[in-house]
Design a protein around this ligand. Structure first.
Ligand SMILES: Nc1ncnc2c1ncn2[C@@H]1O[C@H](COP(=O)(O)OP(=O)(O)O)[C@@H](O)[C@H]1O
Ligand SMILES: [Mg+2]
Length: 322
């Protein structure tokens, strides 16, 4: 059994919304629980607005949790903003052009991170390690790449650099928030393979956040499906794709062009519609208004995650056997 390195229990994040009169709390993430094991890629899959980035930001310490527990490497970190702890769970962002200082050569940022996170290295050792890190993510020859300026790299190369930068702090878990969605389709797969390599050769775990089922299936060992701030289904990626159980996952699958391909061009104008913005919710299933299996009960009480098949867990009354 592999060690659990991240344990999220009942995590919620609310945002106050509205003006003076119509005040309320938007439940961006609501009672979310999951685990990530060592050396495992877990995909957090959901449409735009389903709460993926909110969860990642709470994990990274950018947002505070409104409720819930986060245990990372065995320690409770919900209220901990310790840089050393957070460094072991760095984030790679969606926009490869946002996170790198354009003024300096690439070695500058990377060596700065190494100075911060790997104390006691000589300057020479830092330089050697920087080369090693960029080569690990496929940027070769490392010494030559490090001498370049950020604008001399393509989007895909910059996103690789984002992963090299994340490796500088010797992470046990990388939070990758839509790391390929701004890249050309043709180069996405290279980045997905970088994540697999890091898992297989560095033993790093990755929370891979995406709205693309196909890339989640290709990359991740396990898949967690999010709808309107809540987890609706979870299982091994193969099982969720081959045999989705929750009516929402089924709908997602039916609108994905072919989730068996490593990546697909997502038609964001599709007829799926956005998940609702949930403000001060009453009890009840959030998917009920769109659900083909809806029952009376679904409108008044909230389903919880239960085992619905030997392989999948889901939150759906219609799937519960009584
Ligand atoms: N800082 C914020 N203030 C207010 N609302 C927010 C904030 N961040 C996210 N939200 C809202 O929370 C919901 C989930 O957003 P987000 O986590 O970004 O979803 P995703 O990453 O899945 O697209 C959305 O309705 C979004 O508008
Ligand atoms: Mg997002």
């Amino acid at each position: 059994m592999k060690k659990i390195i991240l344990e999220v229990e009942g995590l919620s994040r609310y945002f106050r919304v509205g003006g003076l009169r119509a005040k309320g709390f938007l439940h961006a993430a609501d009672d979310v629980s999951f685990t990530v094991k060592q050396g495992e890629i877990v995909a957090l899959v959901g449409e735009s607005g389903s709460g993926k980035s909110t969860i990642a930001r709470v994990l990274a310490g950018i947002y505070k949790a409104s409720k819930g527990e986060i245990k990372f490497e065995g320690n409770s970190i919900a209220k901990n903003s310790d840089k050393a702890v957070r460094g072991r769970m760095p984030m790679v962002f969606q926009d490869p052009f946002s996170s790198i200082n354009p003024v300096f050569r690439i070695n500058h940022g990377l060596e700065r991170s190494l100075k911060l996170h790997r104390k006691g290295l000589t300057k020479l050792a830092r330089k050697a390690l920087a080369i090693e890190l960029v080569e690990k993510v496929g940027l070769t020859p490392g010494a030559e790449v490090l001498r370049r300026y950020p604008h001399e790299l393509s989007g895909g190369q910059r996103q690789r650099l984002g992963f090299a930068q994340a490796l500088a702090s010797q992470p046990s878990l990388i939070l990758a928030d839509e790391p390929v969605s701004m890249l050309d389709v043709s180069i996405r797969i290279g980045l997905l393979n970088v994540m697999k390599d890091l898992r297989d050769h560095e033993g790093v775990s990755i929370l891979y956040i995406t709205h693309d089922l196909a890339s989640a299936r290709y990359t991740a060992d396990r898949m967690i499906v999010l709808y309107a701030g809540q987890i609706v289904e979870e299982g091994l990626s193969e099982d969720v794709v081959a045999s989705p159980k929750h009516p929402y996952t089924r709908l997602l699958m039916s609108t994905a062009p072919d989730p068996r391909l490593p990546y697909v061009e997502i038609d964001e104008s599709g007829d799926l519609g956005e998940p609702p913005r949930v403000i001060d919710p009453e009890p009840g299933c959030r998917f009920a208004p769109r659900c083909s299996l809806v029952m009376d009960k679904c409108r008044t009480s909230s389903p919880v995650m239960v085992q619905v098949s030997p392989t999948n867990r889901a939150a759906c009354f219609a799937l519960e056997k009584d």
